[in-house]
Design a protein around this ligand. Structure first.
Ligand SMILES: [Mn+2]
Length: 424
């Protein structure tokens, strides 16, 4: 039989005691179950493709021991400021896995859920993610958390991370599939840029027995559906999926709810998102198969219109790469930031390299963005120039400056001889 339930496999293997963890006493049935599951899966070579098998098993064992060492604790699972379905579903899975070790997790993000599909996902599945603004974080008692976890990011896309570091909350776990963004000091690290979605990695953890999914438990069904959505959305509806992602999707299909997934996908675009897409169409310039569009100012809540516009622009004939950017302003916090998104169908173009090369680093050596296969994003703080102004001529002038500067940096890579500033 190709797919055996992890539980059946587990029963057939004797539980061995790990001599290195003798100080850790397994005190709950749940922990014992997952320990058994983990031992069982380590002996199983049919779960995944042979190539990734040993890595997954090694990571699985490490994560198991990290969780054991931190049982009964409270942790924060930190998502990128604007979390996507891959991040949301993976964080939820981590929370459910951690529960087995009596670890309580709060899933938090600083920005907004701005894509209509993300809002639908969270509402329809009851996904337990909370928005903690930078302001509200300062009022929280962080000493009740013994650690934090990064899922589908490496801390560079979350405004919450510097505050947690300041409060000396230790980083315990990082699970991500983006290229390495720098030096990471964490007890457990599983970063696999070859995998297309963090949801794939978490599905492998599930499949190997860190948590046994049960289709009679509604929460498990919803979480599996969320993972399926995350996996699909990070792989362009499985178009970019590799063997491991398909294997994960196949496993999830046993638990996920097709009707629920369909309901999430049916979410429609708001008029304001349509307006941003319209602006990107009007403003785009196409050079050397790159389509570049600045969309001006947009509201914080509509921030996700930018990647959606990039998704749309890259579908134009003879365009292989689209970059869309705009100034996102948050009226509540008087805060502005340049947000951009890149989409490419060109196999030889690495979005991560492209964005790092185009925009470089800030004074503290932090890159303005990065990416994964076929997609990337960037955020450029506006510093002293941040803050809205009632005067529309002033706002236009500010936009023109940022627009020209970004175009100049992009066009230097798109067409090295072309420089829009020099000609003036
Ligand atoms: Mn992802």
């Amino acid at each position: 039989m190709q797919f055996k339930s992890p539980l059946t496999q587990i029963e057939s293997f004797p539980l061995t005691t790990d001599p290195t963890s003798d100080e850790i006493e397994i005190d709950s049935e749940a922990v014992e179950t997952s320990a058994k599951a983990q031992m069982g899966s380590i002996n199983d070579s049919n779960c995944f493709g042979q190539r990734s098998n040993s890595l997954t098993q090694q990571k699985l064992e490490e994560l198991h021991h990290t969780l054991l060492a931190h049982r009964h604790e409270r942790q924060l699972v930190v998502l990128q400021d604007f979390p996507d379905p891959d991040a949301l579903s993976s964080a939820w899975t981590y929370q459910l896995i951690a529960q087995q070790y009596d670890i309580k997790c709060d899933i938090i993000y600083a920005g907004a859920l701005s894509h209509q599909e993300n809002i639908a996902l969270v509402k329809l599945t009851g996904l337990p993610a909370q928005r903690w603004t930078l302001q509200s974080l300062k009022g929280k008692d962080l000493s009740s958390y013994q650690g934090f976890v990064l899922v589908d990011n490496q801390g560079t896309t979350s405004g919450l991370v510097p505050i947690l570091q300041q409060a000396a909350v230790p980083l315990l776990v990082v699970v991500d599939h983006h290229n390495l963004q720098g030096n990471i000091k964490s007890e457990f690290v599983d970063i696999r840029p070859s995998v297309r979605a963090t949801a794939t990695i978490f599905t492998q953890y599930l499949q190997a027995g860190l948590l046994t999914l049960d289709s009679s438990i509604s929460q498990h069904v919803k979480c599996a559906t969320a993972l399926m959505h995350g996996l699909r959305s990070d792989t362009d509806r499985l178009m970019q999926a590799q063997e491991e992602d398909f294997m994960a999707a196949a496993y999830l299909s046993r638990f996920s709810d097709t009707q629920l997934l369909n309901a999430v996908l049916q979410a429609t675009r708001s008029k304001r998102v349509m307006d941003v897409i319209e602006r990107s169409l009007k403003n785009r310039i196409v050079q050397n198969n790159f389509s570049i569009a600045g969309v001006g100012y947009l509201r914080y809540d509509d921030r996700d219109a930018i990647p959606q516009a990039a998704d749309f622009l890259v579908t134009e004939e003879n365009v292989h790469t689209a970059v869309v950017y705009g100034i996102v302003h948050d009226e509540d916090e008087e805060f502005e930031v340049v947000i951009g998104s890149l989409r490419t169908s060109k196999l030889t173009l690495d979005p991560d390299e492209f964005i790092k090369e185009a925009f470089g680093q800030d004074s503290s050596g932090r890159f303005f963005g990065g990416g994964r296969l076929s997609a990337g994003g960037f955020e450029i703080p506006m510093g002293f120039l941040s803050g809205s102004n009632e005067n529309s001529a002033y706002a236009k002038m500010k936009w023109d400056v940022f627009d020209s500067q970004i175009k100049q940096k992009l066009l230097r890579l798109v067409n090295p001889r072309d420089n829009p500033i020099q000609s003036e």
